[in-house]
Design a protein around this ligand. Structure first.
Ligand SMILES: C[S@@+](CC[C@H](N)C(=O)[O-])C[C@H]1O[C@@H](n2cnc3c(N)ncnc32)[C@H](O)[C@@H]1O
Length: 283
């Protein structure tokens, strides 16, 4: 069975659930519901959880996985930048983010997130006006170079972008495999896998406007949580970390601690390799 193994589960659960007697936990990135389940199991009946995910398929899976807690949860198929109204309506005490995409989205939903499988170039987690196909086939050369440099931090951005523009002049680039082949041809062999990850990540970030989403949502959570409130953010790359650090550094009333996964967790779950948990307390 295909499974998404939640990352930094114990650390997240402990931070989110301790000292919480009543109120609302908002899980901004519900996915299959792994973290939400732990929050529900480790809090009492006066605590409820709002599960947000922009991906409708993920919400459907989470509904099944969390069915035994139905009286204590609410599902919202929306982007987490829409979190503000929850602070008006509920007594929100905790906010949780486990950023990026899930194993299900990579392996099950066939949205073209990985170069490892042949799929159409889509990469939308939910509704979005842009697709990976549009970026790869329609964006001008200088825009592609910028995307690969800024969001992929890729050394060979120019060469990769030039080769994409040349190839799409012959025929449209339709699939992940076609894109991967162009990337492979553009970089030294020893760099292929790193460059592939970076280019796919860069396109995904732009398709889903991921960094703006994080910045807007986290700013609202930091502004609106009462004293004693807590935010946990699991990040997977430096661009996400820069946003968390940048926003929290300018605030006098927060305490921030960082936690890495243990060696054992990294050994058992490859997704944990790049994960870092930021524990933010509002003072
Ligand atoms: C890493 S997975 C979460 C996995 C989850 N913690 C679990 O244990 O099953 C991230 C999820 O967040 C969702 N997501 C990412 N960005 C989002 C956003 N801006 N708004 C709402 N959901 C988002 C993705 O669709 C994905 O399902």
């Amino acid at each position: 069975m295909l499974e998404h193994i939640p990352v930094l589960l114990n650390e997240s659960k402990e931070f989110i659930c301790s000292d919480l007697l009543e109120g609302t936990i908002v899980d901004c990135t519900c996915g299959a519901g792994g973290h939400s389940k732990a929050f529900l199991e480790n809090s009492n009946d006066n605590v409820n959880v709002i599960c947000i995910d922009r991906d409708r398929d993920a919400i459907e899976i989470a509904k099944k996985n969390l069915s035994e807690y139905i009286g204590r949860i609410e599902f919202m198929n929306t982007r987490f930048s829409e979190i503000e109204k929850l602070f008006d309506e509920k007594s929100v005490k905790r906010v949780f983010y486990d950023l990026g995409i899930s194993t299900m989205q990579i392996d099950l939903f066939e949205k073209g997130f990985t170069y490892k499988r042949e799929q159409n170039l889509d990469m939308r987690m939910g509704e979005s006006d842009i697709t990976a196909y549009k970026i790869v086939n329609e964006y001008p050369l200088d825009e592609l170079v910028k995307i690969f440099r800024v969001y992929g931090q890729e050394r060979f951005s120019k060469r990769i972008a030039e080769n994409i523009v040349n190839e799409r002049g012959i025929k449209p680039i339709e699939t992940t495999t076609e894109l991967a082949l162009i990337v492979r041809k553009s970089v030294p062999r020893s760099m292929e896998l790193k460059s592939l990850s970076r280019i796919f990540q860069a396109i995904r970030i732009v398709v889903n406007d991921e960094l703006t989403e994080l910045e807007n949502s986290l700013r609202i959570s930091l502004d609106r949580l009462p004293a004693g409130g807590r935010i946990a953010v699991i990040t997977y790359h430096s661009l996400e970390r820069n946003i968390v650090r940048g926003l929290t550094m300018t605030m006098g009333n927060v305490k921030v601690r960082k936690k890495n996964p243990s060696r054992d967790e990294i050994k058992n779950n490859r997704r944990a390799r790049s994960a870092k948990l930021y524990k933010i307390e509002v003072l």
